[in-house]
Design a protein around this ligand. Structure first.
Ligand code: GLU
Length: 431
């Protein structure tokens, strides 16, 4: 972006170059925090624009000998508090603006749970279901080699997100390590345990979501054994969250995934549901539960709603019909800003993504520390330290929201933005 001829600073990009979607929402959330904190325009502009972004073509030689090409991105939103950190998403609808929004949210998330990172995100616009394992390996390795100059254990550390997993991380680690000539376990987190992954990482996001959900229930005087919940998504986040909530006595009445949704008034047996999903590939058709329309899940008559799939599922079109009194955002960006305003007016407690799903990056941080020290912590240690950080972040947000009469999202964003600005100001602007 170039400055106008009169030398004045161009306007801060808020809604200007993203009219709707996650980036517009993320920038409007930043604008509200900036307004609340009384931040100057120059600093606002610095936080609205990613520090570095890379768009790459990812050519793939398919198993049948033909060639396909996918678009890939890596966006590093901020480095003020440390190396950039964030997941890598393989999903057909990935685009640069979405990755920019997700990278900005990672900056706030890392600051909120006080891990020494900035935020980043990566994405490849690919449907993993259309590809064999060896094709996914080639795509991952080629994407890694394209973004290699801008990643590293002290630069930017990818992790799993939608469509990627510990195997993907192993391929990234291997490709990076082969290129630099030695094994670098700290270049990714969410690795297989046998390659230096952390005990407790795979379920960390889910564990954090359930922990936050239970604290949110307690804050509203709700007893878990008298509480019902619906979980959207049965992947890396939703599946574990449903299980941990059920373990705590919550009646998880409904669960959905990309292929269907099921409901049981007395609560679903999450362990059996998991076995069914492993066998058939979906929660759909689970015996002993009624099939329901997946689109109706967010408006079910339950106490707690956990959207743990993709962004933009609670919108101005359905926010009025949400019946839960607590929403715990397992996904990144599941509630649009318009929906947020409606839910706020209706006194629905929305626990924002940057707090609710931060357990993943907290244990990613633990994994990175363990890799850097070449020493493995016990699972107990990981779980205790995770719980401690999630609890502290929850209380920080609740206190700040109360003191400044803000929603939890506004409070969480403002607190995080303040921490990032503090780091930026201490470092100063070079040159
Ligand atoms: N993809 C996860 C997230 O959105 C984890 C990121 C990480 O561990 O770096 O928080």
């Amino acid at each position: 972006m170039t400055a106008p001829h009169d030398g004045s600073t161009p306007p801060v990009p808020t809604q200007l170059d993203a009219h709707h979607g996650p980036l517009a929402d993320a920038r409007a959330q930043l604008a509200a925090a900036v307004d609340h904190l009384g931040v100057d325009d120059g600093t606002h502009r610095m936080l609205a624009i990613p520090r570095r972004e890379m768009a790459v073509a990812v050519p793939l030689r398919r198993d049948d000998g033909s060639t396909a090409v996918y678009e890939g991105f890596r966006v590093q939103h901020n480095f003020s508090r440390g190396p950039a950190k964030g997941g890598l998403r393989f999903f057909p609808a990935v685009d640069l603006d979405e990755v920019r929004a997700l990278a900005m949210w990672m900056t706030w998330k890392c600051a909120l749970v006080d891990v020494p990172y900035g935020g980043a995100k990566g994405g490849v616009a690919i449907d993993t279901r259309d590809h064999s394992g060896s094709e996914l390996e080639r795509v991952t390795r080629r994407y890694t080699s394209e973004i290699l100059p801008i990643i590293g254990p002290e630069v930017d550390i990818p992790a799993p997100d939608i469509g990627t997993d510990e195997q993907t991380m192993a391929w990234i680690m291997d490709t990076y390590s082969a290129s630099v000539g030695h094994t670098v376990p700290g270049v990714v987190t969410g690795k297989p345990i046998s390659l230096g992954g952390s005990l407790g990482r795979a379920l960390a996001t889910s564990r954090g979501v359930a922990h936050i959900a239970l604290m949110a229930m307690a804050s509203r005087g709700m007893d878990p054994s008298d509480t019902t919940a619906a979980v959207q998504g049965f992947g890396k986040v939703g599946r574990g969250a449903a299980r941990f909530l059920a373990d705590a006595g919550v009646r998880v009445q409904a669960v959905s995934d990309i292929d269907g949704a099921v409901w049981a008034g007395d609560g679903l047996d999450i362990t059996r549901l998991g076995a069914h999903a492993d066998e058939t590939g979906s929660v759909a058709g689970f015996p002993g539960a009624e099939p329901i329309d997946p689109a109706s899940l967010v408006t079910l008559d339950v106490d707690v709603l956990v959207p743990a799939a993709v962004e933009g599922v609670i919108t101005e079109d359905n926010a009025d019909h949400v019946r839960a009194s607590i929403i715990v955002e397992g996904a990144n960006g599941p509630t649009t800003n318009e929906a947020d305003a409606i839910l706020g007016e209706r006194d629905v407690l929305v626990v924002p993504d940057i707090l609710a799903n931060a357990g993943g990056v907290v244990v990613s941080y633990f994994e990175w520390v363990q890799a850097n020290q070449a020493y493995q912590w016990s699972e107990r240690e990981v779980k205790d330290r995770l719980e401690e950080r999630m609890t502290r972040a929850w209380h920080d947000v609740v206190e700040y929201a109360g003191a400044h009469r803000l929603t939890y999202r506004e409070a969480a964003t403002a607190l995080s933005v303040r921490r990032v600005i503090e780091a930026h100001e201490l470092r100063g602007l070079y040159p």
